[in-house]
Design a protein around this ligand. Sequence first.
Ligand code: BV8
Ligand code: ZN
Length: 254
Amino acid sequence: MNSHPVDPVLVDVARAARRVVVFSGAGMSAESGVPTFRDAQTGLWAQFDPTELATPEAWDRDSGLVWAWYQWRTGLVRRVQPHAGHRAVADWASRTQLSVVTQNVDDLHERAGSDVVAHLHGSLFSPRCSRCGAAHPTDGGVDTEPTGPLAPPSCESCGGAVRPGVVWFGEALPEDAWTRAVAAVETCDLMVVVGTSAVVHPAAELPILAARTGATVVEINPEATDLSRHISHTWRTTAATGLPALVDAIGGDR
Ligand code: BV8
Ligand code: ZN
């Protein structure tokens, strides 16, 4: 039995929920060893603000530096593992209708067994041609932290530079992912918001939408966020602690 007691009110709400959305941010991957956007950057990247590097302008200015950053992050994700929180979400989805909507560009939810309804900000594992958009096979990133730029590969179809398959600041979110996410949020009766500072828009609007359409919204985050005042249940715990405790408490007899 998990040693972390869960608020009995929250257990009743979660047990009664018939359509759940788990909405995750970078804090969902933190306990797997993937730094969040708020964590200090290391090595070569310490001199850069992620919100500066994750932009079309940075790519236009120095595609080799940006490509190196994503190759490093891709290799890091490939070397870490999903944690008990990712597995708890996948377990919960085997017992009730549950949609995972994530802002994260890693594949940890999938590797724990979840079907991700929407990767709102794309994925490290779907590079594509910056010119014709053709998908490019991911090479899994690099194992050693680059000390400088890495030349992006060239598209096999048109020779254009291959770019990371993520959504940069100033870029529109993928239409299909956004549409699927909104549909899941508008019909859920419970949204569990895990590990997001709710700073990035339009993703940060989804929990507000859930609350507006009458869903119960729970925040699992060791810190308060811009969202906290809109949330019916704030649970100051972490993803790898809170989610297994909640799913354990709901129990298998459903
Ligand atoms: C758009 C992919 C319009 C890349 C990401 C000025 C100019 C241009 C745009 C804007 C502007 N002002 C505002 C905007 C909009 C902008 C925006 O919101 N900016 C912010 C900075 C103010 N948004 C955009 O640009 C979006 N596009 O608006 O397009 C448009 C429309 C039509 C046509 C053209 C354009 C695109 C935004 C997507 C950016 N890409 N990722 C990459 O990864 O490199 S966002 C990136 O940052 C992540 O994906 C993630 O979403 C976000 C980080 O946020 P979080 O996930 O919340 O993570 P964070 O580190 O912030 O917080 C972690 C939380 O976890 C904390 O609360 C912490 O307490 C908690 N935590 C820590 N440990 C744990 C934990 N919780 C649980 N357990 C733990 N163990
Ligand atoms: Zn191309």
